[in-house]
Each structure stands twice: as structure tokens, then as C-alpha cells.
Design a protein around this ligand. Sequence first.
Ligand code: UDP
Length: 385
Amino acid sequence: MTVAEPRALFIDHAGVLGGAELSLLDVATAFGARAEVVLLTDGPFRMALEARGVAVSVVPLGALQQVKKSTRLPSPAALADTVRVARRVAKHASTHTVLCANSQKAFVVAVAAGLIAGRPVVWHLRDILAPPHFSRTNITAAVTLANLRAARIIANSRATADAFIAAGGRESLVRVVHNGIDPAPFDAIDDLAAVATRRQLGVPPRAYLVAMFGRFHEWKGQQVLLDALAKVPDVHALIVGAPLFGEEAFDSALKAQATRLGLHGRVHFLGFRADVPLLMRTADVIVHASVYPEPFGRVIVEGMLAGRPVIAARAGGVIEIVIDGDTGVLVTPGDSSALAQAIEALRADPAGAAAMAERGRAHARHGFSLQAMVRGVSDALAGLD
Ligand code: UDP
């Protein structure tokens, strides 16, 4: 017996382009007419989905918007808002076989909408459900709801799956589907364009250039890279990304730190950029420096696909991507001296760094393909009704 291809209603609370949203963008694009997306906030994500021809609508959150990962208990207004939003989402569900939530807030709405519409609900879990990422109350509520109402949990790494199970989540619900990234935009970059971009950014042609990509947040570790740069005096850095979820104070603190460390002229803050493959190719090394365990770390696979050696923080899903000393370099999270040493070691051995980057590229192409991710998600959403 063959299982029919699922028709999925994807739900995401975010309007901005974080890693979870960029991954869903690729999944929904591949699903084509089998996918519809409901966003609980309007923003650039809607436009990106529309540009790919994905059916998308926005059902805005009210009081539920104020509930944060660290919130201990949601307010009665937030609960009432969940029901209001769920009723509207349920109307979209009638032509779909399954609801698939792409974030924790979306999962709460999807559970209520699934009950109203009589459809199974899957949670594509892209977070490590552990402190300090989430409050204990928040984790208990999410795991209890998942055990009661999720037909399946798609975890974006073994680390994400293990944290869910350690928090009391039912193991039988879980399928691990690693993120997959399309290599085509990385293959399309021409080296001359990368050289020209480096010049436009004001980076001296012979400077050793490291680059870090990600939304601004303390746990992403931009501050660790700045500390490391103070220890490698002539290295330049691109810091690419922006505060996506209200981390403006961290943004200011980071810029003040760069000034305090005397990094002016060597650190280039570029804000959020849509040309990540090109920027990665302008750099000599890609740095990932998350201080807490990273659920997956798309930027690491992207750095590999760009053919650049990657230094990454040894925790969470990162360990499933990087083989230390072979397809990249792993350093202790939060250790700026170790990061500085790793940068120096790659700079001192260009041939070794290039060979490592080539092994990383091959590893990323085979181990983290877009096709494998789409097949994994499709299989996990199938046969649930
Ligand atoms: N990214 C981007 N523009 C930026 C910074 C980051 O498009 O200015 C992308 C990056 O290429 C990656 C994603 O945002 O695809 C971040 O995903 P990751 O898994 O590394 O972190 P998350 O945002 O999910 O925590």
C-alpha cells in the first residue's frame, strides 16, 4: 500500500526571516500546490513565500504575541487570543490532510485549530527545549501538549530530539530530519564578484577575513567573536545579521564592545543581508560561536557549501554536522581564546584549510541535501489520519 502525499497547512508565528522560516520556505516551495502557509505575523517572510509562489495568508496574533520563551504562565487574554486565532486557522485546514507547526507558539495555535478542524498536528521542532532557551514552565507546558496532541514531532537534529525526550517528551513521536540546504546559490557565485564585494565593503585585499552570520542575540555569541578579534590584531570580520526579535539593546552593547576593544575599521557590521552565499565567498573563514547549544545551525552547512573552512561551537546539533579537524574545527562555546587560536591555525595553514573546506563541501552536499529534508518532512507528515 502506498501512502498518499500529504497536503500540509504550515503555521509559523514569525514574519521575519530566521533560520526556521528560511527552512520552511524551502519545504513549502518544494511541496508546491500541496502546501499552504499561515503566518501569525506579517513581514518579509510573507513576501518571500509569495515570491516563490507559495499560497500564504496572515492571521495576526493579539495578546499571544506578548508570550515569550521565558514567560512562566500565559495570561487569560493570551489564551482567549489562541482560540480566536485557531478558529481562523482551522478554516484554512479543510483542504489539508495535516497541520504542521514551525514554532512553539504556532504549535499551540495548531493544536487548537487541529481540534476544531479534526486534523492531525505535527510539530516541526527547531528549538532545544531546555533552559536557558526556555523557562521550565514553558517547557513543561509544551512537552505535555505535545505528548497529548502531537501526531508526530519532526526534530531538526538528534540534539533537539534528545532535549525533547529528556524533558519528558514521548520518544515514539520523534523523527529526526536534518535541515537541508540547496547548494545552487553557493555554486552560482563567481569569485570575481566576491573580490569586488570585498572591495566595496572596505576590506583591504590582503586582509584575513572571517565572517559570522546570524540574528543578533547573546546566545548566538557575536560578543565572543569580538573578544577573539581583539586577540588576532590584523584579522577583519564581517558580522552579518540583525536583531530579529527585539534584541536592540544587545545590538547597541555589541557595537559599544567593538569600540571599547578598539576594533574600529576591522569589524564590519552589515545588518541583515539577503546575499549570504556571496558574502560567505568573500570571507576566508566562517565562524559560528553560539554560547548555548545550537539546535542545528544552518550557517555551518552554508559555510561548507560556500567552500570555506568553518569554525563552530561544540554543542547541540553542531556536533552532528562538523567532524572536528576533518570537515571543520570545533571549539568550546564561549571560549574566545580557543576561537582566536582556531582562526590563527587556519590562517597559518592555507593548504590545510582549503582541503578541510573541500571535505566540508562534499560532506554538506551529501549529508544535508534539500531533497533529503523535503522527503523526510513529507514522509513524517504522511499517513497520520
Ligand atoms: N541569514 C540571512 N541573513 C543574515 C543573517 C542570517 O539570510 O543577515 C540566514 C542564514 O544564512 C541562515 C539563517 O539566517 O540560513 C540562520 O539559520 P541558523 O540555523 O543558523 O540560526 P537560527 O536563526 O535558526 O537560530
